[in-house]
Design a protein around this ligand. Structure first.
Ligand SMILES: NC(=O)c1ccc[n+]([C@@H]2O[C@H](COP(=O)([O-])OP(=O)(O)OC[C@H]3O[C@@H](n4cnc5c(N)ncnc54)[C@H](OP(=O)(O)O)[C@@H]3O)[C@@H](O)[C@H]2O)c1
Length: 257
C-alpha cells in the first residue's frame, strides 16, 4: 500500500474530490484528518475511512480563520503525533463573469480561500512535514485555457500554482515536496446533475451530452473522482519522492501539458 502507516490531512472535505482523496488515501493505508466547515459531511466521510480499517479524525475547520486553522494542526498532532501529507483541496468559486465586470470583492474573497488560506495552512503544517512530508495543492484545468467568465477563477488558481512552485523551492531543502494536481472535468454528482440539466434543455439523452463532451478528449471519457484522487495519493506517497514543484494534469488527455 502506497501510504501504509502515513497520516494525511485533507483540507476541504466535500462530497466530490475531497471525499475521494480521503477514502483513496485510507485504502492505501493512511490514517486521515478531515477538515471542512460542515461537520455532518466530515462524519459521513469518517465512517467510510473507518470502514476501511483506518483511523479518521474530524476537525470542523474554516481555513480562512487563523485560530480555526491552528486548531486543525493542534488536533492532528494530538491525535497522531506527526503528519506525512497535507492536501489543500478546499476552494471558493468566484462569480462566473468577465473580468471587465466581475465584482472585485468577490474575486478577493475567492483569493482568500483558494490562495491565502492554502498558504496559511501549509505554513502552519511545515514544522510537522519537515524531513520527508508532502503537500498537494488541488488546482484546475482552468490553468490551461482562458475562456470567458472563468477569469477570476483562473487568476486564483494560477496564483495557487505559483504558490506551490515557490514553496517547492523554499521547502525542498527541508525535505518537503510541494506539487499540484490539475483536474479537468470531474465525473461526479455535480457534473452528472449539470449534464442532466443540459440534456433536458436540449431534449436529448444525458448520455449524448457525455459522449459529445468525451469525443474531444483523448481517452473518450471524463475522469472520475477516484481517478483524480489516485494521482493525489501518488504525489503524496514515497513513489513520488523525487517529484516536487510539478503540476500533474489529470484530464484523460483533454489538455496536454
Ligand atoms: N468540481 C470540478 O469540476 C473541478 C474541476 C477542476 C478542479 N476542481 C478543484 O477540485 C477541488 C475540489 O472540488 P470539488 O468540487 O470536488 O469539491 P469538494 O471536494 O466536493 O468540496 C470542497 C470543500 O471545500 C470546503 N471548503 C470551502 N471553503 C472552505 C473553508 N473556508 N474552510 C474549510 N473548508 C472549506 C467545502 O466544505 P464546507 O463548505 O463544509 O467547508 C467544500 O465542500 C477544488 O480545489 C476545485 O477547484 C474541481
Amino acid at each position: 500500500m502506497l501510504l501504509d502507516g502515513k497520516v494525511v490531512v485533507v483540507s476541504g472535505v466535500g462530497p466530490g474530490l475531497g471525499r475521494a482523496i480521503a477514502v483513496r488515501s485510507a485504502r492505501e493505508g493512511a490514517d486521515v484528518v478531515l477538515g471542512a466547515r460542515t461537520e455532518s459531511r466530515l462524519d459521513e466521510v469518517a465512517k467510510e475511512v473507518t470502514a476501511l480499517g483506518r483511523r479518521a479524525v474530524t476537525v470542523p475547520t474554516d481555513i480562512t480563520d487563523d485560530d480555526s486553522a491552528r486548531q486543525l494542526v493542534r488536533t492532528t498532532i494530538e491525535a497522531f503525533g506527526h503528519v506525512d501529507a497535507l492536501v489543500n483541496n478546499a476552494f471558493a468559486m468566484p462569480p462566473l463573469a468577465d473580468l471587465a465586470t466581475v465584482d472585485i470583492d468577490a474575486v478577493r474573497s475567492a483569493f482568500e480561500t483558494n490562495v491565502l488560506a492554502a498558504l496559511r495552512l501549509t505554513r502552519l503544517f511545515v514544522p510537522e512535514l519537515e524531513g520527508g512530508g508532502s503537500v498537494v495543492m488541488i488546482n484546475s484545468a482552468v490553468l490551461r485555457h482562458s475562456r470567458r467568465t472563468f477569469g477570476a477563477y483562473k487568476m486564483s488558481k494560477a496564483s495557487l500554482l505559483a504558490l506551490a512552485q515557490s514553496l517547492a523551492t523554499e521547502l525542498g531543502p527541508a525535505g518537503v515536496r510541494v506539487n499540484s494536481v490539475a483536474p479537468g472535468y470531474i465525473w461526479g454528482d455535480s457534473l452528472k446533475w449539470y449534464f442532466g440539466y443540459l440534456a433536458r434543455k436540449r431534449g436529448v439523452d444525458p448520455q449524448q451530452v457525455y459522449d459529445e463532451t468525451a469525443a474531444a478528449i483523448d481517452l473518450r471519457k471524463l475522469p472520475e473522482p477516484d481517478e483524480i484522487a489516485d494521482a493525489v495519493v501518488f504525489l503524496a506517497s514515497p513513489l513520488a519522492r523525487a517529484i516536487t514543484g510539478q503540476c500533474l494534469d489529470v484530464n484523460c488527455g483533454e489538455y496536454h501539458h
